[in-house]
Design a protein around this ligand. Structure first.
Ligand SMILES: NC(=O)c1ccc[n+]([C@@H]2O[C@H](COP(=O)([O-])OP(=O)(O)OC[C@H]3O[C@@H](n4cnc5c(N)ncnc54)[C@H](OP(=O)(O)O)[C@@H]3O)[C@@H](O)[C@H]2O)c1
Length: 217
């Protein structure tokens, strides 16, 4: 009985592969922006890179009427991010000081929210990029587990920095209602059969994917 009440319905018409993108990447992005961040139309959101969480966050932000600035390591991916609705894009390999570039793109104000998937290697730039009183959702640690944090800037800008682990069943139900209403579908880069699981991990390790990688059996 307890297990039965832990499930939610998938969005109507979604395949199992598509629905599998919801429970971790999508739900975490939803909670970061909508539940913890209180996202509203007209807000600005910074997403880092083009992995599963960041693209789900981009889609949620656009669905909610927010403007998106996205970073990526390649020009080809930046073009695809613009096609998905990012208003501005920054190549973080070419522009190491991308936090400052975000400030320029927002006329010195900074973004309302950052979906932080990099961790110690990106957090300082994210603190530069966010507005006074803005929200940074610390979701991932792609650049490592520990590092320096510019605490005085964090304090002076009165930034809300929140770590989070996915979301609740209720959050997922709300997210699924929003997905059904909006009609957006997840971006799946490649699908692998279970017996090619190692290839799926190799693709993720290469960082060449855009969005989600799915394993099916
Ligand atoms: N807290 C939670 O509940 C939760 C939930 C889901 C995921 N996570 C964590 O969140 C992180 C992202 O997950 P994911 O599934 O989206 O991973 P993913 O799909 O493997 O994303 C990898 C992408 O991140 C980008 N990236 C890597 N290093 C970067 C950097 N220094 N600056 C900016 N972008 C960088 C790259 O994008 P480009 O190729 O475009 O440069 C890379 O392709 C992971 O650490 C994961 O463990 C946490």
């Amino acid at each position: 009985m307890r297990a039965a009440t832990a499930f939610t319905h998938a969005p109507r018409g979604w395949s199992h592969a598509e629905a599998a993108t919801i429970t971790t990447a999508g739900l975490t992005a939803w909670r970061a922006l909508v539940v913890d961040g209180g996202l509203k139309a007209g807000d600005s959101v910074l997403v880092l890179g083009s992995g599963g969480v960041s693209i789900a966050a981009l889609q949620i932000a656009r669905m909610m009427g927010a403007a998106v600035i996205a970073t990526s390591s390649s020009e080809e991916k930046l073009e695809r991010l613009r096609q998905l609705g990012a208003e501005h894009t920054i190549n973080y390999r070419q522009t190491a000081d991308w936090g400052k570039r975000v400030l320029e793109l927002t006329a010195g104000r900074g973004v309302d929210q950052v979906v932080e998937v990099g961790g110690p290697g990106t957090l300082a730039q994210s603190i530069t990029a966010v507005r006074v009183g803005g929200h940074i959702a610390l979701i991932g640690v792609l650049t490592g587990r520990q590092g320096d944090v510019p605490t005085s800037l964090l304090m002076a800008k009165q930034v809300r920095l929140q770590g989070l682990i996915v979301g609740s069943r209720r959050h997922q139900q709300d997210y699924i209602r929003a997905l059904e209403q909006s009609g957006i579908r997840p971006i799946i880069d490649q699908r692998f059969p279970l017996d090619r699981l190692a290839d799926a991990f190799r693709l993720q390790e290469s960082g060449s994917h855009f969005g989600k990688i799915v394993v099916e059996w």
